[in-house]
Design a protein around this ligand. Structure first.
Ligand code: ZN
Length: 73
């Protein structure tokens, strides 16, 4: 695991003390997805491992509810 502090970027969710990511918050989720509906790699936003996993779950759920697009290929 890389825990080097080369980047000062902080996890958005840690910063805002968001423990549970609301999958209904499509606007927020979209910020962590590219135009094709893919989730950006955690490094891009400095999201920590814990929240990246939570985020991925929220996005998965949001996709099921058709709130955010599926990965377009
Ligand atoms: Zn975090």
């Amino acid at each position: 695991m890389e825990t080097q502090q080369t980047e000062k970027k902080l996890c958005y969710f840690c910063q805002n003390k968001i423990e549970k990511i609301d999958f209904k918050d499509a606007y927020l989720l979209r910020r962590f997805m590219n135009s094709q509906g893919k989730i950006y790699p955690p490094k891009r936003h400095g999201t920590c491992t814990h929240h990246q996993r939570t985020l991925a779950n929220a996005i998965k759920k949001a996709r099921t509810m058709a709130l955010v697009p599926f990965v377009a290929r």
